[in-house]
Design a protein around this ligand. Sequence first.
Ligand SMILES: [Zn+2]
Length: 343
Amino acid sequence: MKAIVFYKHGDSDVLEYSQLPTPEPGPGEALVRLKAAALNGVDIWVRKGWPGLKLEYPHIPGADGAGEVAALGDGVNGWAIGDRVVINSNLSCGKCEYCLGGYDNRCVDWDLLGETRRGTYAEYVVVPASNLHPLPEDFNEHLAAAGALVYHTAWHSLITCGNLRPGESVLVVGASGGVNTASIDIAKMAGTTVFVVGANQDKLAVAKSLGADHLIDRSKDENWAKAVYKMTAKRGVDVVVDNVGTTFSASFRAARKGGRILTVGNTGGPKFEFDNRYIFGKHLSLIGSTMGTHNDFAKVMGLIFSGKLKPVLDRTYPLSDARTAQERMERGDQLGKITLAIG
Ligand SMILES: [Zn+2]
């Protein structure tokens, strides 16, 4: 099969378009012939590597993918060759206390497809059959792949953990990243008023297309926490979605007393300082999570398939051009999700 691989960590030039043996599904697994893969920030982090990350080379990046079942391992029921599927990239053991409690994204043996296991930048991928989700006949594979990881993550954060309620106000820090656009879309569907801080007008246009109510251009208004405070008559917002991290201090100022700060990542870097007096003085809750559960995946994909949630597509590249695609994402030029066309 054709695949994008790398043999060592580094910049985008470590990615090679290569030929590998097609993998075979083991017991309980399925082989998926991919039609589309979507890029995520984690693909870059894995390519660059971090202390303690051990990969089996050649490594294939990619968490998101959609296509059809090409082969089934022993003991797999409920699926047939040719079934159209989208992949849930969260790999869990199904047996530990968290999995049994319905919190499989807290699994003691949790892993992400494309992180330590070969991913979706390839013609074929092997996944546990329990990670397959049916893709409706007329639904586009690119849209499904583009929605999967980011909507799954945003749904778990905003709805399952954040308990977002109709009539609330939400500030999303960032206008065009995958999880942020998904958060805006979900927050609007949930009946909330949405404020968005974006780097420039192009990025804010994406937020506006998703129905964001109040747009703040930080290239013109650097003190966006103050802007939000003024726009809410000095109350602040109920919920802040902050996946930048280094912006926490401003997010704390923009939140109302008793507000919730939701975070699933730190695009600004992992370590930073903040003033703890905001946390107790304003009765704030800081709610972290990563990815989502099987239950969240089924719910959010159902809403995407029915058109209630609409992933934003940026550009599609052929699989062979994955390096160019990653470079676009690394520069932060994308307005929505970048996908790869396969086969
Ligand atoms: Zn588990």
